[in-house]
Structures are given as structure tokens and as C-alpha cells.
Design a protein around this ligand. Structure first.
Ligand code: GAP
Length: 513
């Protein structure tokens, strides 16, 4: 656990030191759970967004984009259920005066059981060596099965209690499991209460005529209210999807863990409209497609798992999370939700406008069902960044800090380094920068010894360093150094563009899906 905490602290400080993420309004001591993306962070974030957009919109003939406003008519949130049901169950510790989400306390308890399972797996893998069969071990080892059953039973009971709004039982569960306040250890808890997560604001100048608005807590509703506009103007035929990226706001109570849980964050959502009765198939298909998208980035299949929801949101008939192994354990990265016709039916009811679709293939009008994929951009950023950050032992006994970002996402693709600041080398390096910058985000760096510059670029996540030396002046070649392997190759300047493109091209990465 201490190790995980140390690793996480490293992630946070590296993100600051290398211009990825800053605390918002830091000169005023910051604003809790609000962050700013700095010069490198904004590039990484943009690249993740583009990678998602290309996979979801550009590669699908039947998915189009949208950019709806953050402000929406307030009835939207009545219709969507957010005014009445977008709550978190909160519990206070009477001694430490700290407030927690009751479900998170219970999930963390189950997370500890999962960690015990992982420990058993590690021990057994060591004991059995090459003959170790993980699947079989997980299915048959008595201790592991006991932990798993225990965890499942706890989550099931919590899900059922939350579903029934039986908050007394949620508290009883916390007490039975003897869960203490993570800060003080105290088990002196208040009752569990519901708390609405939407931020309110006002539209209009005068107090009596101003309209109460909410900052949108999800981007999805902007898609639902535009469903017919897009379907008609785009002449879309079911099944089809509408995708959107944009800010969402939630007054999160437990806002720890850096950019994992923020009050202002960005979502990348896609609502896929399908014929009623086919939603189960599409739900399974989107689960698979989205997992493949994650795997295409090469961050290791073992770092992902599905978690099927016991407690379903008010709109869903099935839901699963894709969880990622963050430095603090497996946690939700993306949700795939079968939302039925809840949203469109509800907007039809509240607006009085028909939102149905005529299906020429079956000659019927109906309100489409929806399968949604919803991923937090900031959370994806944290997954990519924390996975990439490594301290690597080198053969010569030293260590290097390297940010092994997937090259397709790296903010700066190549750094061009003149070996020395004289003899015409900077001029050649500058010329290479001028040439490459039309295709890639590149940097020029001439300060310090070249070894130090390599280390700086490693820590920055730059996949290639291109060094211009004296020989370059006669052979028109440079040394290209690969961040991950530290291999160096002599290549012609004229070939640089093709070499870099091969490694950073979105197509080559998405083709792995
Ligand atoms: N439209 C469905 C929806 O909003 P959600 O599970 O509440 O579903 C979807 O959110 C995704 O948005 C989550 O999987 C997570 O990646 C991201 N997300 C949610 N709340 C967040 C927060 N407070 N900070 C950062 N990301 C968040």
C-alpha cells in the first residue's frame, strides 16, 4: 500500500514538474478538485481526445459528432432524472468530522480483498513457476474463492440497499464490516444521507426574473435533446450514434486522488440509437469495441477488467465499467450503459415534442433504445500518464525516470538537439525543426550536455531525440534515439519524417483494434 501511495505521489509531482497538470489558481492556494492542464498536459489531452474522436466518429460511417452548449434548459435535468436522483450517499465521521461517500468506503473495503487475491496470485506464481495457471488458480484456490465470494456478497448487498434507498442498511453494512474512517480509524458514524451533485447557477441579470440553471453533470443530455435535429438533418438511419466531448461539472464530495475525481472535468460520450429489442447485442458489441480501443494503446491487457453493475442507475437496464489498474488499484475508467428509451421518452413527456423515429425497414414508429459509451478524458489522462511513468534501473547501475507514453499520444514527438551550440550545428537542427513542425509537434533543445538533454526528454515523454553532430554537416545524417529502448541509429535527414510517422501515426495504432 505504501508503495502504491509513493508511486501516486510521484505521478502527481511529475505531472507538475514537467508541465502536465497544475492545481487550479495555485497562487491562491488552489481550488479543491479543480486542475489546469499545462503546456504538455494540454497536448496529451488533445491527443487522447483526437484518438477517441477518430476511433468513434471518423472510423464509423454511422456516428456523427456534436458540440452542445454546457447551459441547457433547466427542464432537461428534471426529465433526465438528475434533479431527483443524481445523489451520492454520504456519511460523516463524528470524531474526525470528515465526510465520505458510503459506497466508496464499502468499495474500498472490497478493493482490499481484491489486493489480497492479487497477493495470493503473486505468491502462487512464484511457487509454481512456468506451470502456473492463473485462471485455474483463481477458480479453485479456497482462500481466493472465499475472498471473491465475500467481495461479491458485499457489493450485491450494497447495490440492493442503494437500489431500495435503504440507507440504514448501507450504514449497517459499514458497521458490520467494521470500516473505520480512513484518516482517524474511528468507527463513530452518522446516518447515511443523500446529496445532490449538480452545481446551480443563474441566467439573467435581475434577481426576480433570473432563471435557475445547472452546469451540466454529463454531456449525454445535449445529445438526447438534439437527437431528432441530427437524425433529420443528417438523414441518419438507425442504428446510428452521436458523439460529443466536453466539460461536465459535479459537486463531488469525496474529491481526492488528483484528476481521478474532479469537480470540473471532461467527458467523451457516444449515444448509440438502436431498434428496441436489439440493445443487448449492441451493449455487448460496444463493451468489446471499447475494450479493444483501450488495448490498442498497448498498456497491457492485465491492467483492464470489466465490472458489471449491481446497482443500476435510474435509466439503465444493463451497465458495466471498464476498470483500469491505477496506482491506487482497479477503478472505473469508462462506463458502457444500456439506457433503454428512458431519456428520449422522458424528454418527449416533459417537452411535449415527439421524439420518435420511423423505421422504414419494419415500417414502424418507435422511440429508439440507447447504448452509451462514456469515458472521462481526465481519467484516461491519468491512466495513460500513471502507467507511463517509470523509474528504470539501467545496466550501469543508475536509474532514469522515463515517461513511456504511447508515441501516438505523446505531446512532443521529437526533440532536435545540436550536439554543441556552435560550428553551424544549431542552424542545421533549426532547419530540421522547421521542416518537421508541419507534420509533428517537435521541440528544439540546445541547453546542457546531450546526455542530460536525453534524460530531460525521457522524463517529458518524448519518443525520439534527434541529434545533429559534426558528421551531419558532411553526410546529411543524424542520430535518432528511441526513448523506450535507448537504441540509437544513424539515419538520413530526408528519412526522418517517414520514420517518425510510422511510429506516431494514428492509423498504425488504431489498426491494432
Ligand atoms: N453519461 C453517463 C455518465 O456520465 P458516469 O459513470 O457518471 O456516466 C462517465 O461518468 C465517466 O465520466 C466515468 O467513467 C469517468 O471516467 C468520468 N467521470 C465521472 N465523474 C468524474 C469526475 N468527478 N471526475 C473525473 N471524471 C469523472
Amino acid at each position: 500500500m505504501a508503495n502504491q501511495e509513493d508511486q501516486f505521489k510521484k505521478v502527481v509531482s511529475h505531472a507538475k514538474e514537467y508541465g502536465y497538470v497544475f492545481q487550479s489558481s495555485e497562487i491562491y492556494d488552489g481550488l479543491s478538485a479543480v486542475y489546469d492542464y499545462a503546456q504538455n498536459g494540454v497536448e496529451l489531452k488533445k491527443n487522447i481526445r483526437d484518438y477517441w474522436w477518430k476511433a468513434m466518429v471518423q472510423m464509423h460511417e454511422n456516428i456523427v459528432g456534436l458540440d452542445a452548449a454546457i447551459f441547457m434548459h433547466p427542464t432537461t435535468w428534471k426529465a433526465s432524472g438528475h434533479v431527483d436522483a443524481f445523489n451520492d450517499p454520504l456519511i460523516d465521521n463524528k470524531d474526525s468530522k470528515k465526510r465520505y461517500r458510503a459506497d466508496v468506503l464499502i468499495e474500498d473495503y472490497v478493493g482490499k480483498l481484491d489486493a489480497k487475491i492479487e497477493k495470493e496470485v503473486e505468491k502462487a506464481a512464484k511457487r509454481f513457476g512456468a506451470s502456473f495457471d492463473k485462471e485455474q488458480f483463481l477458480a479453485t484456490n479456497a482462500r481466493v474463492v472465499e475472498y471473491k465470494n465475500q467481495g461479491n456478497a458485499i457489493l450485491k448487498r450494497m447495490g440492493q440497499s442503494l437500489e431500495k434507498e435503504d440507507l440504514a442498511d448501507v450504514k449497517a453494512l459499514i458497521e458490520e464490516l467494521e470500516i473505520g474512517c480512513p484518516l482517524s480509524g474511528s468507527k463513530n458514524w452518522t446516518d447515511v444521507k443523500q446529496f445532490n451533485l449538480m452545481f446551480g447557477t443563474k441566467l439573467g441579470a435581475s434577481a426576480d426574473t433570473a432563471m435557475d440553471l445547472y452546469l451540466r453533470p454529463e454531456t449525454a443530455q445535449g445529445i438526447f435533446v438534439n437527437f431528432l435535429n441530427v437524425q433529420k438533418t443528417g438523414r441518419m438511419k438507425i442504428p446510428f450514434g452521436i458523439a460529443q466531448t466536453g466539460k461536465a461539472f459535479r459537486n463531488e464530495i469525496v474529491a481526492r486522488q488528483f484528476i481521478f475525481r474532479m469537480r470540473e472535468f471532461e467527458q467523451m460520450e457516444m449515444q448509440f440509437f438502436v431498434r428496441p429489442g436489439t440493445q443487448k447485442e449492441w451493449y455487448e458489441q460496444w463493451k468489446e469495441t471499447r475494450l479493444k480501443w483501450h488495448l490498442s494503446l498497448g498498456m497491457g491487457a492485465d491492467n483492464y477488467r470489466f465490472h458489471d453493475h449491481e446497482k443500476l442507475a435510474h435509466y439503465a437496464d444493463a451497465a458495466a465499467d471498464i476498470e483500469f489498474k491505477f496506482p491506487f488499484g482497479f477503478k472505473e475508467l469508462e462506463g458502457i450503459h444500456s439506457r433503454t428509451d428512458f431519456d428520449l421518452s422522458s424528454h418527449e413527456k416533459y417537452s411535449g415534442k415527439k421524439l420518435n423515429y420511423f423505421d422504414p425497414e419494419i415500417n414502424e414508429h418507435y422511440i429508439p433504445y440507447v447504448v452509451e459509451t462514456s469515458i472521462g478524458l481526465d481519467r484516461m489522462f491519468l491512466a495513460v500518464f500513471s502507467h507511463a511513468l517509470q523509474d528504470e534501473e539501467l545496466e550501469n547501475g543508475t536509474t532514469r525516470t522515463v515517461l513511456k507514453l504511447p508515441a501516438v499520444l505523446a505531446p512532443v514527438k521529437a526533440a532536435i538537439l545540436p550536439l554543441v551550440k556552435k560550428d553551424g550545428l544549431p542552424e542545421v537542427a533549426r532547419k530540421i525543426v522547421e521542416d518537421l513542425k508541419w507534420d509533428f509537434n517537435v521541440a528544439y533543445d540546445e541547453k546542457d550536455a546531450v546526455g542530460r538533454r536525453y534524460r530531460r526528454q525521457d522524463a517529458n515523454g518524448t519518443p525520439f531525440c534527434i541529434t545533429v553532430d559534426h558528421e551531419t554537416l558532411t553526410d546529411d545524417a543524424v542520430t535518432i534515439r528511441y526513448r523506450d529502448t535507448m537504441d540509437q541509429k544513424r539515419v538520413k535527414i530526408a528519412d526522418l519524417k517517414a520514420i517518425i510517422k510510422e511510429e506516431v501515426d494514428v492509423k498504425n495504432w488504431l489498426m491494432k483494434m
